[in-house]
Write a protein that binds this ligand. Structure first.
Ligand code: FNR
Length: 183
């Protein structure tokens, strides 16, 4: 059976991040041929075009990890009606130098949870804009905008009963999307 490596990029560095909990719950719903691993982005230097010719080790590491993946799952909070800077910085770092982007062509899916009512919709829309430019096929539907509640994640880290079927359906679509576009 073909194995698919999926990189998980969480847009929060917070220790108790709801988004990391969501990511860890959702990946349990993935098919057996999918192996998920979180790609660390908290160690990325602030992007500086001066370093394009000799990129910092952390950037080289992130790019190499992305290249090992057949798909990417972004799970992000919304900061001030956009994606967090740490996520945008990771997109920028691994996209350069021009012509050597690690993201290009990687199929991806996005989701997010926030404390606000719109459940990261603005952050995801901005993220979609960047991913389109990065030439990443993004799963369009279903969209996953979640407002955090205590019922979202069970004590054992699994997805709560109220969201499980919806997120399992999303994961099935994501898995098919990755298989369709993976190279
Ligand atoms: C937020 N939060 C937030 N929520 C939202 O729905 N829309 C927003 O624009 C913002 N803006 C925002 C800015 C900053 C700087 C912070 C720290 C927070 C609240 C956010 O949804 C909440 O802190 C989540 O818990 C963040 O996700 P993690 O860290 O739990 O994954």
């Amino acid at each position: 059976m073909t194995q698919y490596q999926i990189g998980v990029v969480v847009g929060s560095l917070r220790r108790e991040s709801f988004n990391r909990k969501l990511a860890n719950g959702v990946i349990r719903l993935g098919p057996p041929e999918f192996a998920f691993r979180e790609l660390e982005i908290g160690d990325q230097p602030l992007y500086n075009q001066d370093t394009d010719r000799d990129q910092p080790e952390a950037v080289k590491r992130l790019k190499s990890e992305i290249r090992e993946c057949q798909g990417i799952l972004f799970v992000t909070p919304e900061y001030n009606r956009s994606m967090p800077g740490v996520l945008k910085n990771a997109l920028d770092n691994a996209s350069r130098p021009y012509g050597d982007s690690a993201w290009a062509g990687k199929p991806c899916g996005i989701m997010g949870v926030s404390s606000g009512q719109i459940g990261t919709a603005c952050a995801q829309q901005h993220l979609r804009d960047s991913l389109a430019y990065l030439d990443m096929p993004v799963l369009g539907q279903p969209e996953v905008y979640i407002t955090f509640s205590d019922e979202l994640i069970n004590a054992d880290g699994s997805i709560g009963a109220g969201s499980r079927d919806f997120l399992k359906g999303w994961m099935d679509r994501f898995a098919a999307w990755v298989k369709l576009h993976a190279t």
